[in-house]
Design a binder for this molecule. Structure first.
Ligand SMILES: Cc1ncc(COP(=O)(O)O)c(C=O)c1O
Length: 313
């Protein structure tokens, strides 16, 4: 990770090296935090954050689901983020806001613990590599099932829940694959460790519905809209494991990974073993939207105001 100059912590900008928490921070022990992964791109209209308000709104929703009051509203966090990017002089970066139960209360009841908020931003390339984006990745079906809605809240992007993704990621990495795909409680295809999954079958695009324990990804929503705008039919329904193996094309979407073709799953070649036509079409339009090259999706971008770079308070 390449450190930036500053991090925003509870309303103040602090030096990257000074952004510390107490060892008895509640969230560190019990996973009582919620977070977001957002990206800012160096676009034709300058640095701009992709679907900024949607991400911060999801942060608020994730918090509410865990009974965590949000100490700052969406607009305050949005402004702080834009200022942070400007003050750090970043053009394209990954943004990580986190809201968590802080120091002052131990034990499982977090309701009396303070809620702290930080926002960090740093330069971070394609999560699954440029080569993966270009030629596709190899994925493995995880032996770990995606967290069940009977035990946790799949729709919330909560820190503790990510132990599930961490286990899947470790397993797939150790086995020599680039990503894990988790099945849900019922054995249907759910999602990657940090991406949503799409298959292409007889020209139609199919993806699991929100009720399948997925995190309803903002990239997923964007890629669905783009695919429909391109004239493809997009169907949200459960997908069986073997449908993945037999699909003509498979791709995944997520803020960190962007849109990544999958060329192999459990050593089964997908289609021709190279990114297919539909994947390429959606990927190219999606990349245009991210990088501000598409007029149609400009409203998805939140430009960093020039004055946000001023070294003011
Ligand atoms: C478990 C999980 N699923 C899906 C996604 C994709 O969501 P988004 O497109 O909003 O980044 C992510 C990444 O945030 C994730 O962590």
């Amino acid at each position: 990770m390449k450190p930036s100059e500053l991090i925003w912590m509870n309303g103040e900008f602090v030096a990257w090296a000074d952004a510390k928490v107490h060892v008895l921070t509640h969230g560190l022990h019990y996973g009582t935090g919620v977070f977001e992964g957002i990206r800012c791109y160096d676009t034709e209209i300058g640095p701009a954050v992709f679907r900024h308000r949607e991400h911060l709104t999801r942060l608020g929703r994730s918090a509410e689901l865990y009974y965590m009051p949000m100490p700052y509203d969406v607009e305050t966090l949005r402004t702080a983020t834009l200022k942070l990017i400007g003050r750090c002089g970043l053009k394209s970066c990954y943004i990580r806001p986190i809201m968590y139960r802080g120091y002052g209360q131990m034990g499982l009841n977090p309701l009396e613990a303070p809620v702290d908020v930080s926002i960090a931003a740093w330069e971070w390339g394609a999560y699954l590599g440029d080569e993966g984006k270009q030629n596709g990745i190899r994925a493995k079906i995880s032996s770990w099932r995606r967290i069940s809605p009977g035990s946790l809240i799949p729709a919330s992007k909560a820190s503790g829940q990510y132990l599930n993704s961490v286990l899947a990621k470790i397993e797939s990495t150790k086995a020599g694959y680039e990503e894990a795909i988790l099945l849900d409680d019922h054995g249907n295809v759910c999602e990657g460790s940090s991406e949503n999954v799409f298959i292409v079958w007889e020209g139609r695009i199919v993806t699991p519905p929100p009720a399948a324990s997925i995190l309803d990804g903002i990239s997923r929503k964007s890629a669905i809209q783009i695919a429909k705008d391109l004239g493809f039919e997009v169907i949200e329904r459960n997908i069986a494991r073997t449908e993945l193996y037999m699909a003509d094309e498979v791709y995944m979407t997520g803020t960190a990974a962007e849109l990544v073709p999958v060329r192999e799953i459990d050593d089964h070649t997908i289609g021709e073993g190279v990114p297919g036509e539909v994947t390429r079409a959606v990927q190219s339009a999606f990349d245009d939207a991210l990088h501000g090259r598409s007029e149609r999706y400009r409203e998805w971008l939140d430009p960093v105001p020039v004055r946000a770079g001023a070294k003011a308070a």
